[in-house]
Design a protein around this ligand. Structure first.
Ligand code: OSB
Ligand code: MG
Length: 369
């Protein structure tokens, strides 16, 4: 049984070591909400993965602050929870805002793991001790710069390269990357930059034998993804569209894609992420773990999630140093020369939280009791 006596919400500001650009815009620094939940004198930590602007989905750092303080905290504080898995159903009355809900939900899982003295990855049902890693490389100013970035990440050992595409930065760029790196495991992510009217253009990507094309069409549109998939040889992978396990089942049933990217925040936490994972496994579809430019706390949660059995493809979970001069956990997340992360056996998150550093970059804080 868990009974939360306090939730502490902090907004931290962290500059990225280099800008990250997707089809919807460029990010140079993050405003991240950290959630600390307390019970029995112990703390659990979570991260809200909502970005600064509502361009990925409907959420932002600001909306998440509002939803957690006003609606999430009152529903979970002081309530007798049999286990962390009970948080999700308590919050379904709140429509959408999965990342806000998921930040709190994941913190409760972490707290529960700590109270049990178990590593979070084992507590959520993980089985893999070492996870395969890829990188997501944003849109660059020139193709030469993109090729240099790819070169560097391959030298570091990463097992697959994902590049961001948008109209005007797509087929030609992919072809040049493919020509330069003929045997690299390569994929492209469009973040909803196209419509079905672009099908003929997107078909040209088939010649570059990508592992998959991620979320080319609208963030809410499974139907058109199915129409597009039937015209493409390259598998589609869904990101934005997969907000819960039922949508995952429907997507796979209607063949809107053959692969799923699972993001903890996007599906409102570990309980639903596991159900999405199980739905994909039942449909024989592989999954991998997506990223949202997380700090070390969200990153550690992504590592735990990636240890589940059907996470068979390299994810967007990579070393802290690719994002931050200094991370808020220690040690920072490191990637082996083989492009893997070794999972920590320590209880909970598996990393120490650098509270002094968090304190120094906190822009606002609220204690909910
Ligand atoms: O679509 O996967 C995405 C970053 C921000 C928003 C959306 C996405 C991404 C990434 C980066 O691809 C993944 C990462 O390195 O954290
Ligand atoms: Mg994506």
């Amino acid at each position: 049984m868990i009974q939360l006596d306090r939730i502490i919400l902090r907004e931290i500001r962290m500059p990225l070591v280099s800008f990250f650009e997707t089809s919807f815009g460029r990010t140079t620094g993050r405003r991240i909400l950290l959630v600390e939940v307390r019970a029995e004198g112990a703390s659990g930590w979570g991260e809200v993965t909502a970005p600064e602007n509502p361009f990925f989905n409907e959420e932002t750092t600001e909306t998440a602050w509002h939803i957690i303080t006003r609606y999430v905290a009152p529903r979970v504080l002081h309530r007798e929870l049999a286990c962390a898995a009970e948080v999700y159903p308590l919050l379904t009355h709140i429509r959408g805002h999965n990342m806000a809900r998921g930040g709190v939900e994941a913190a409760v899982w972490e707290l529960e793991a700590r109270l049990l003295g178990k590593p979070l990855w084992q507590h959520v049902g993980g089985v893999q001790r070492e996870i395969p890693c890829g990188v997501s490389i944003g849109i660059q100013n020139t193709v030469e710069e993109l090729l240099e970035h790819i070169e560097r990440e391959l030298a570091a050992g990463y097992q697959r390269i994902k590049i961001k595409i948008k109209p005007g930065w797509d087929v030609d760029v992919v072809e040049r990357v493919r020509a330069r790196f003929p045997s690299v495991r390569l994929m492209a992510d469009a973040n909803s930059a196209y419509t079905l009217a672009d099908a003929e253009h997107l078909k040209r990507l088939d010649d570059s034998y990508l592992m998959m094309i991620e979320q080319p069409l609208a963030w809410w549109d499974l139907y058109d993804h199915a129409r597009l998939q039937e015209q493409l040889q390259t598998p589609l992978c869904l990101d934005e569209c997969i907000r819960n396990a039922r949508l995952a089942e429907q997507a796979l049933e209607m063949r809107a894609g053959r692969i799923l990217n699972i993001k903890l925040g996007r599906v409102a936490g570990f309980a639903e992420a596991r159900r999405v994972h199980d739905a994909a496994r039942a449909a024989a579809a592989p999954v991998w773990c997506g990223g949202m430019l997380e700090s070390g706390i969200g990153r550690a949660h992504n590592i735990a999630l990636s240890t589940l059995e059907n996470f068979v493809l390299p994810g967007d979970v990579s070393a802290s140093r690719r994002y931050w001069q200094r991370d808020i956990i220690s040690p920072p997340v490191e990637v082996s020369p083989q492009g893997t992360i070794h999972v920590s056996d320590r209880p909970g998150l598996g990393y120490d939280i650098d509270l002094d550093y968090i304190h120094s970059i906190t822009a606002r804080k609220e204690e909910l009791v």
